[in-house]
Structure formats: C-alpha cells, structure tokens
Design a binder for this molecule. Structure first.
Ligand SMILES: Cc1cc2nc3c(=O)[nH]c(=O)nc-3n(C[C@H](O)[C@H](O)[C@H](O)COP(=O)(O)OP(=O)(O)OC[C@H]3O[C@@H](n4cnc5c(N)ncnc54)[C@H](O)[C@@H]3O)c2cc1C
Ligand code: SF4
Length: 506
C-alpha cells in the first residue's frame, strides 16, 4: 500500500514493527529483508511515488519532483560545491547513473583494520556484495547501448596509453536512452524503485510518501518511532501531523539528512562524530566540442572509466547530461551561449572525480535546514588541475576544437597551448567549479563508542532502538560509486535486525 498526502488525517497515527525513514540505496534493501522475514515494515518517504511510466526527459518537470530543492542544494566552503540528492520513492537511485562497483579490496582491508571487525572486511562483506550483484543485475552494457562519446573516451584513453575499464551497471537490457538522471523510462536501471521496493511491497510493506520526518519519539531512553508532517505536493506546505510508533526505527535519509535529523536530539555524544567525517567525492566537469557530430545523448552515460590514475585517487568518466543542465553550467550567456548550445550534438562531457583527501561536517541550521561544510585541500586543487589538463589534452589528441575548462580564470582552451601554466590560473579554491553527487560518512560505523556513531548492527551507541542504514555509515571514503556498498551494508543490517526482533519476540 502506498499512502500519499491526501490519505492522512489531520493527526494521523500509524504503527509498524519497523519504520524505515528513506527509500533509497540504504532504506529499500533493508526494508525488503525485514518484510521478507515476516515483519510489518512501514517506509516513510519525504518525496512522492513516481512510477517508471511517469519519467520523461523534461528537466522543468523532472528535476523539481525527483530532486531535493529542485537540485539547487550546495555544500558550503570555498568553492561552494553544488550537490544533488534524490527526493522520491527510490531516493537518489532513481536519478543516479547506475554505475555499480564493489568497494575496492584495499578499502575493505582498511575498514577491517580501522574497526578491528572482520565483518567489515573483504570476506565479511563478500556474501552481501554477491546478493546486491544478483538483485540489481550488475553487468556490463550491451554494445547496442553505447554512444560515440563513450567510444571517443575509450579511443582517447588508448591513444594516451591509459587504462580504460568498462563499468558494470545495475541494469537489465538498458537501451542507452541517456535519461538516467531524470528517471529511467524503460525500467531497465535497477533503482530501488523497481527492485527492492517492489520486493518489500510484495512481502506486505507499506510506504507512507510525501511525509517529512521532523523528529524521533524518545521514551525511557529508547527510540519508539518518528513524527513528521505531510507535505502538500501542490503547495509544498507541511500540514498534517503523522506519528508512527514502532519496535525499531531505521534512519536512511542519506549522509546529509540523517545527521541533520539525529543532531537535534543531541545524539552521537560518546564520539562527537555525528555529522563529522563528511565525504563528498567532488568532481570537475570538462566539456569538449568536436568539429563533427557525436550525439552524446544517444547512448548510456559512463559506459567506462579511465582508471589509469587510481593510485592518485583520480578517475575520468564520460557523463553526458541533458542540454538544459549543460546550458546552466556554461560560463557564457546570451548570443555566445546560444551559439554554443547549437553545438550540443558535437559535445562530449566528462568528469574528473577526486577521492576525498579531507573530511567536512554536516551542521543543523535554522528552519529545518541541513548545512554541509567541506573545504578542499591544496592537494585536491593540484589533482583537479592535473586531471583536467590530462583530460583536455586527450580531447585535443582526438581532434576536439575547443574545451570548456572548470576554471574561473580560464574558461576555454582551443589548443594544448592553452593548457600551459594552469597552476597559476587556479590561484584560489574559488577559481574551481566543482560538483558532487556522492555524499557519505556522517554517522560512521565502528566497534568503539568513542570513535563511531553506530555499532556493527547499525544501532546508535547512545540510542537503543534507533538504527542508521545509508551512505552515512562509511568509515572512510571508498573512491568508487557508492550505491553497491550502501546496499551491501543495508542487507547486512537488515538481516541482523530481523534476527534481533525475532529473538526478542521468542
Ligand atoms: C545524479 C546522481 C548520480 C549518481 N550516480 C551514481 C552512480 O552511477 N553509481 C552509484 O553507485 N552512485 C551514484 N550516485 C550516488 C548514489 O545514488 C547515492 O550514493 C545513494 O543513492 C545514497 O543512498 P542513501 O540511502 O544514502 O540516500 P538516498 O538514496 O538519497 O535516499 C535517501 C532518501 O531519504 C529521503 N529522506 C531524507 N530526509 C527525509 C526525512 N526527513 N523524512 C523522510 N524522508 C527523508 C529522501 O527523500 C531520499 O529518498 C548518484 C547520485 C546522484 C544524485
Ligand atoms: S540509459 Fe539505460 S538505464 Fe539510463 S535511462 Fe536509458 S534505458 Fe534507463
């Protein structure tokens, strides 16, 4: 059953064995495990339910209904880093690219060493990765779904002597229509909207949508549910009060909204780590314009990645997005923008992704606003400059006419000569244009209350009955796209919670 704003009374009371706040990569798999174990599961989701048949390529319609604050959210710091989060049933998995990588072995070894827990190491998590791989149909793309922009990236990497690897994506029979960021209109992408949520619903789970949770209900030192307000989808006003009482409460709101919700209750005291260790895997866009048609919109985004610079924590990937989004990012306007966008068919858009070398923090601001803060380091600036320079050089080798650089003091390069002295062009962090969609790490999992926010079961050290299951759990940055890691941890937490509730009932 899916409930929406119209279905709630002015003061609505609901009950469940487990309430799960958030339906993205962390919430949905856990809900499926619990519902299939026979528990009464209620998802609570701030966004609406938008089925596959409703997805289209129109940004004016899709961005507002599928993304938080219409995609205008920003990380504070120098530079400001815009970020995007999904806000709908399926969360960010509905608007993501579907790239699916297991956590690298070296990271899992680091987690095992850091926490002393083999459960977080390669062998401990292996069974969960296998399940995610099966559940989300992780596989390489069919040849038919490729576009020429990806072919240029692969040929360019070969020409430069760089390692290029094919991405596995969570998809089945993707046709490469390149609409992933506005919702997959064929249902091929394995977002949780079409995988774990239907599984959970088949096993009896309910989903209360258009409902923002504003606080936890605490009684006798335990969490016994949540309270929030339904959001009228037409006016965006929060009006009806909805209270959910439960035996266990799982917060799966993502690495920004989860600490925001928990911080108002003064939680995370033993370590002081709640909201800290904020990781965001920032990236810089490089746009090449070729003298011939590429039609980058025909074919899947990020078919492969240049992984030659993994040791430096740097990845390159093609990442074509709709014309409205590209136009909004350009450093020109009026006639020059018009002329540039006329060449949309000739564009290849790519990203330089940099693994975090530092951490930020999520603070709770006024008016129910989360404030993420993050300051890139001189080392990151250096990696962005060298990454952009390398990628632009590759495009010139492949015959590009012009490259739009993510630097405020040098927007355009028309030959490799314009790539000289870039370290003098970027004199200050504000001279960089960055962006991100990977938010992680603000309620880290661990084995010691003094170092982490939740234990290995995902339960808050200082609030029994309250669990976290989302990207907040990561102890450190993972350097690859995060959804598979989040889903694997969620399956594990779900299994443990099901066992705990069963033994309590026995
Ligand atoms: C454009 C884009 C492209 C991406 N591409 C990839 C990719 O190719 N591969 C990959 O691995 N990862 C990708 N990611 C990242 C990946 O999708 C996320 O890391 C992952 O979905 C995060 O899972 P989560 O459970 O932490 O949060 P989400 O999936 O964001 O889910 C959180 C949910 O909680 C809800 N919520 C938040 N606060 C409240 C509240 N107070 N009350 C009720 N509900 C609430 C939100 O509406 C949302 O639905 C991408 C992300 C984006 C935005
Ligand atoms: S490219 Fe593939 S996964 Fe993305 S929207 Fe199109 S069919 Fe769906």
């Amino acid at each position: 059953m899916i409930l929406a704003h119209n279905d709630y009374q002015l003061d609505q009371q609901l009950d469940a064995d487990v309430v799960i706040v958030g339906t993205g990569a962390g919430g949905a798999p856990l809900g499926a495990v619990l519902a299939e174990a026979g528990l009464d599961v209620l998802f609570v989701e701030e966004g609406g339910y938008h089925p596959t048949t409703s997805f289209n390529p129109y940004g004016t319609e899709s961005i507002g209904r599928l993304m938080r604050d219409g995609g205008t959210t920003t990380i504070q710091g120098r530079p400001l880093i815009p970020y995007v989060e999904g806000r709908c049933v399926g969360g960010s998995t509905v608007v993501n690219g579907g790239m699916s990588w297991r956590t690298p072995e070296r990271i899992l070894q680091e987690w095992q060493q850091l926490t002393g827990a083999p459960e977080l190491g390669p062998a401990g998590l292996e069974p969960y990765f296998s399940r995610v791989q099966h559940d989300t149909a992780m596989a390489a793309q069919l040849e038919v779904s490729l576009g020429d922009d990806n072919r240029i990236m692969e040929a360019g990497a070969r020409k430069m002597g760089w390692l290029h690897e094919k991405n596995t994506r969570g998809q089945y029979l993707c046709v490469g229509c390149n609409n992933c960021v506005m919702g997959c209109p064929t249902g091929a992408k394995s977002s949780t909207l079409v995988t774990y949520i239907p599984r959970a619903r088949c096993a009896g789970a309910r989903c209360a949508t258009e409902l923002r949770v504003e606080r936890l209900i605490l009684e006798g030192g335990r969490c016994v549910g949540v309270q929030g307000r339904a959001i009228n989808p037409r006016t965006r006003q929060r009006d009806k009060l909805v209270t959910v009482r439960s035996k266990a409460t799982v917060i799966a709101c993502g690495a920004v909204q989860t600490p925001h919700l928990l911080l108002q209750h003064g939680l995370g005291r033993p370590s002081g780590q709640l909201g800290r260790n904020f990781l965001c895997h920032p990236n810089a866009k490089v746009l090449a314009i070729y003298p011939f048609d590429v039609k980058g919109w025909q074919g899947v985004s990020q078919w492969g990645q240049v992984r030659a610079f993994r040791d430096e924590g740097v990845l390159f990937a093609e990442n074509m997005i709709p014309p409205s989004a590209i136009a909004a990012l350009q450093p020109v306007h009026a006639q020059p923008l018009w002329e540039m966008m006329h060449r949309y068919n000739q564009m290849v858009l790519g990203g330089v992704l940099v693994e975090d070398s530092t951490t930020g923090r999520v603070l709770r601001g006024p008016l129910d606003m989360a404030i993420p803060r993050y300051q890139i380091t001189p080392y990151d600036i250096h990696r962005f400059i060298s990454g952009v320079e390398r990628m632009a050089r590759m495009h010139f080798e492949m015959g590009a006419e012009r490259v739009v650089l993510p630097f405020a003091r040098r927007h355009f390069a028309t030959s490799v000569d314009d790539l000289a002295n870039l370290d003098q062009v970027v004199r200050h962090p504000d001279d960089l244009d960055l962006f991100t969609v990977h938010l992680m790490g603000t309620a880290r999992m661990g084995t010691k209350p003094r170092e982490s926010v939740v234990d290995l079961n995902g339960q808050l050290w200082d609030l029994p009955g309250c669990y976290v299951s989302d990207a907040s759990l990561f102890p450190t940055a993972i350097g690859v796209n995060p959804q598979v890691t989040i889903m694997a941890l969620a399956l594990r937490i779900g299994e443990r919670l099901a066992d705990q509730l069963a033994s309590r009932a026995a």
